[in-house]
Design a protein. Structure first.
Length: 284
């Protein structure tokens, strides 16, 4: 998931809603040409025809619109039937459509690069065949959103110094090496220190990450931790919250930013569609 600066749900709803202005003049009238299908972005509870503007994936200006079955709709655009590479441009195109729909609807995101050969496939194999599943999921996710939190240490050198100070075994080996004359023993000692520091660093990372996560979990319905890479990164997590919980979560994040100022850098992302908690996978 790419970064989207955090704004309140209310502020986002004050933005101009393109989906309400497109539309009388941009109604999709053409049919897919040879080699084209329907790229599916998500599922929404909507029984009325709607467009979201010329923002389809692939930078062709395809209008994003809906395909319906009863009171459900798939958000789609015409697209070549190809395998889209996971580039920033393609991922952001997919995300922006869902973020637009999120302004007015509960959204079930469909897996990136899901393309139907025709409208009938969408109606019969997706919306009709899985109707009750989607109705239940939409009810479960109604009024909920995802917030992302990332954290990293700012000064890794200072963290390494802390690790050494906190670990008696490391300090003892370092002291002994100052007086060691044997080069082989010096080398072995340095290797040992490196191993101990790395292990201690991982333990410290787990403790501080857990401290941050545990302070936020009570303000959410669920939390998913994503894999992190590199020594400086501590947390990459997604929180599922209700709209009513957003203000309290905001305040807690502000408090944590003050608490960790100069030591940890926090990045706050969302609200976004709950990608980490629900994903519609379609197998044709």
């Amino acid at each position: 998931m790419y970064d989207i600066a955090h704004t309140s749900f209310e502020a986002r709803n004050r933005a101009i809603n393109q989906s309400e202005t497109a539309q009388s003049e941009g109604v999709v009238s053409r049919q897919p040409v040879s080699g084209e299908g329907y790229y599916i972005y998500g599922i929404i509870p909507n029984g009325q025809k709607q467009e979201f503007g010329p923002m389809g994936i692939g930078e062709r200006g395809d209008f994003v619109h809906t395909v319906h079955y009863q009171d459900l709709a798939a958000i789609v655009s015409f697209s070549p039937i190809i395998k889209y590479p996971v580039t920033r441009a393609n991922s952001m195109a997919h995300i922006k459509v869902l973020e637009m729909a999120m302004q007015n609807y509960t959204v079930l995101p469909v897996r990136f690069c899901t393309i139907a050969e025709n409208k009938e496939c969408i109606v019969e194999k997706v919306l009709q065949a899985r109707y009750q599943e989607f109705v239940d999921l939409l009810a479960e996710m109604d009024g909920k959103m995802e917030l992302g939190v990332r954290a990293r240490w700012i000064d890794l050198s200072a963290i390494f110094s802390e690790v050494v100070e906190e670990n008696k075994a490391i300090k003892a080996i370092k002291e002994a090496l100052l007086h060691e004359k044997n080069e082989q023993k010096k080398y072995a000692g340095k290797i040992k220190i490196g191993q101990l520091v790395q292990n201690a660093l991982e333990e410290k990372k787990k403790r501080e990450a857990n401290e941050l996560l545990e302070s936020l979990k009570p303000l959410s319905l669920d939390c998913k931790e994503n894999r992190i890479y590199g020594d400086m990164n501590l947390v990459s997590a997604a929180f599922l919250i209700t709209r009513e919980q957003e203000s309290a979560f905001d305040l807690k994040m502000q408090e944590l930013e003050k608490t960790y100022a100069g030591r940890k850098q926090l990045k706050y992302i969302g609200p976004v569609v709950p990608y980490n908690f629900v994903e519609v996978v379609v197998n044709w």
